[in-house]
Ligand binder design. Structure first.
Ligand code: ADP
Ligand code: AMP
Length: 206
């Protein structure tokens, strides 16, 4: 059966960085709700127009907007190995996902919890830069972009918004840790380590 993984953890924990590598080396498909929403904002679609005000403030977008997107994607990607990156982020999203997975005949293999202290998250997010052309993720100190690559800073990676996103994580998303522990799906990785070390921890889970 096709593999289904969830990457759970605060913004800036390194979920996108690790997903990028699993896509490249292991053929996974990354479903990042953040990327999907940013693309919608860029193209000014109805979804993007609704989502933008929440994203700019570092709030979560309403559950019903996100759940529909994931349902469509999972119906399209029936036999692919996938990583859900940044979804689910609330208990109602997790409950909806359980139902969708049953409907499309998928089994949740593991929920990988990226454990990392808040101070490190703030450092990672404030130094994060992205190549808008390829979506590749860089960091001014830990993974600087090569000469000639033009990078941008995400609007929600500004100091004031970062703090709020972390609060939102602790309040609305962290309850999912207990939710998936009860399902016996939760596996922790120490996300404060180097990208290679985190990747090896993930390979041990697979
Ligand atoms: P997330 O997808 O969880 O929000 P990212 O993968 O975008 O996080 O990583 C956030 C920032 O931290 C990026 O600038 C990335 O280059 C950097 N980063 C990711 N993993 C590590 C790591 N293991 N060590 C140091 N920096 C990292
Ligand atoms: P991310 O790229 O995962 O850091 O997400 C960026 C922003 O997109 C978040 O701060 C939210 O505003 C929104 N977002 C992404 N995924 C979700 C989700 N599953 N539920 C609600 N909002 C989301």
């Amino acid at each position: 059966m096709a593999k289904t993984l969830i990457f759970l953890g605060p913004p800036g924990a390194g979920k996108g960085t690790q997903a990028e590598r699993l896509v490249k080396e292991k053929g996974f498909i990354q479903l990042s709700t953040g990327d999907i929403l940013r693309e919608a904002v860029k193209n000014k679609t109805p979804l993007g127009l609704k989502a933008k005000e929440y994203m700019d403030k570092g709030e979560l977008v309403p559950d019903d907007l996100i759940i529909g997107i994931i349902k469509d994607k999972l119906e399209q990607l029936k036999d692919k190995d996938i990583i859900l990156d940044g979804f689910p982020r609330t208990i109602p999203q997790a409950e909806a996902l359980d139902k969708i997975l049953k409907e499309v005949g998928r089994n949740l293999d593991a929920v990988i919890l990226f454990k990392i202290p808040d101070e490190l998250v703030i450092e990672r997010l404030s130094g994060r830069r992205v190549d808008p052309k390829t979506g590749k993720i860089y960091h001014i100190k830990y993974n600087p972009p090569p000469e000639g690559v033009e990078v941008i800073q995400r609007d929600d990676d500004k100091e004031e918004v970062i703090k709020h996103r972390l609060e939102v994580y602790h309040k609305q998303t962290e309850p999912l840790v207990e939710f998936y522990k009860k399902q016996n799906k939760l596996v922790e990785v120490d996300a404060s380590k180097s990208p290679d070390e985190v990747y090896n921890q993930i390979l041990n889970v697979l």
